[in-house]
Design a protein around this ligand. Structure first.
Ligand code: OAD
Length: 248
């Protein structure tokens, strides 16, 4: 592991006035949640248009539920040491906000309280026909049985999770909040994201343009490595607990 760099990251976090974190699928990889890009990424297996576009979902929700089943139910998905270290850094007052692209709600499950979910969450769902609300837990037994959830009020099969499908707008209030946080932040730590999907991928540059520093913790190189002041290559679930250990 990159010991010197980990020490440097810990110092930067302790010194920062308004440190924020931006996470992507990589932080959940060690929890058994597959990432999107790369050799065994979900987009090698699923057609995003069929599985996660709003028009595809309205036409036929089945590909989406297959995708959701693989994302969260194929393994016993639990927060990993990376999520937990971030929650503890928040408890210590060393993280102001976690901005995430993930829909797996693992940050909240590990105890992070200040989380902005820019791509929405699988934790809640709404019937497109009658607006009845559902929790993920209500839907799990049906998905596990390989069936498509059906609304128990109106019998529609269009129970849409509160995620941002391709073709939908990002939640405006959350996006504005993320932008403001990125502008105000003097340190953004980007963890487990290829930084390939906009507008979220613009956030590190917003921080940098306002004089902030950038740390990248990622298993591989990403699409904007040139921006970063410090790059630590490796697994988030190993690096973040090491940073926390130094701070403690
Ligand atoms: P990607 O799959 O594009 O990138 C995940 C990144 O995490 C890659 O750069 C990996 O190298 C890295 N990684 C993998 N395992 C890791 C680990 N254990 N520790 C640290 N890094 C690791 O995922 P995102 O950048 O999150 O959007 O993708 C962004 C968006 O693209 C997703 O939110 C999704 C997708 O289309 C929607 O569904 C709207």
């Amino acid at each position: 592991m990159e010991k010197e760099k980990i020490k440097q990251a810990a110092e930067m976090i302790e010194k920062a006035d308004y440190p924020v974190v931006l996470t992507g699928a990589g932080i959940s990889a060690e929890s058994g949640v597959p990432t999107f890009r790369g050799k065994s990424g979900l987009w090698k297996k699923y057609d995003p248009e069929a599985a996660v576009s709003i028009s595809g979902f309205r036409r036929d929700p089945e590909p989406f539920w297959n995708f959701a089943q693989e994302l969260l139910l194929e393994h016993d998905v639990q927060p990993n040491p990376g999520h937990i270290a971030l929650a503890q850094l928040e408890d210590l007052g060393l993280i102001e906000l976690v901005i995430t692209q993930n829909i797996d709600f693992l940050h909240q499950r590990s105890g992070s309280n200040k989380v902005l979910e820019l791509h929405g969450t699988l934790n809640k769902a709404t019937c497109l026909n009658c607006n009845k609300k559902y929790d993920w837990e209500d839907l799990v037994p049906v998905i596990k049985a390989g069936k498509i959830p059906e609304c128990d009020n109106c019998k529609s099969s269009k129970i849409k999770p509160d995620i941002v499908f391709f073709g939908e707008r990002l939640p405006e209030a959350a996006l504005n909040q993320a932008w403001e946080a990125a502008e105000r932040s003097d340190l953004m730590i980007v963890i487990g994201s290829s930084l390939a999907v906009y507008p979220v991928a613009s956030l590190p540059a917003v921080t940098q343009d306002n004089g902030g520093k950038l740390i990248y913790i990622n298993a591989d190189s990403g699409q904007q490595d040139y921006l970063f002041d410090l790059i630590i290559q490796g697994k988030a679930g190993e690096i973040l607990p090491e940073i926390l250990k130094i701070i403690n």
